[in-house]
Design a protein around this ligand. Structure first.
Ligand code: AMP
Length: 118
């Protein structure tokens, strides 16, 4: 599958659509999910276009991978999620029920999230 430059997260990254920004660095952006499933529901995305996790890990530079992980880590620490716990999810493809075809990690927390898969 080819990456579609017109997906909603690509437009957010290009600032063609607004987002509720949490934090960013050179290669990654974090913003609030528009339809939160938990008290804390943040999306962490690479700025460059990758459809999913395996594309990212195959093709991204070390700087891009480091920046995404650094952004995730800083949000976890700043929100003290390391004290309370959290969940990181990335949905991929059909079986993963991925809606937006730009890699994103859901960072969820702020309550007990229950079982991982029902
Ligand atoms: P997924 O099913 O893993 O592809 O998740 C896509 C997520 O994107 C959902 O949780 C949506 O609520 C979220 N979403 C869709 N549009 C926006 C938007 N404009 N700003 C923030 N989050 C969005």
């Amino acid at each position: 599958m080819k990456y579609d430059d017109d997906n909603i997260f690509a437009k957010i990254i290009r600032k063609q659509l607004p987002c509720d920004l949490i934090k960013e660095n050179n290669n990654a952006l974090a913003f609030k999910d528009i339809s939160p499933r938990a008290p804390i529901h943040i999306l962490v995305v690479p700025k460059k276009g990758y459809i999913n996790y395996h594309d990212f890990i195959s093709d991204a530079s070390i700087e891009e991978i480091n920046d995404l992980n650094e952004l995730m880590k800083n949000i976890i620490l700043e929100m003290k999620l390391d004290h309370t716990g959290y969940r990181i999810i990335t949905n991929t493809g059909n079986d993963g029920n991925q809606d937006v075809k730009h890699l994103h990690f859901h960072l969820l927390g702020g309550k007990n999230l229950g079982l991982m898969v029902k």
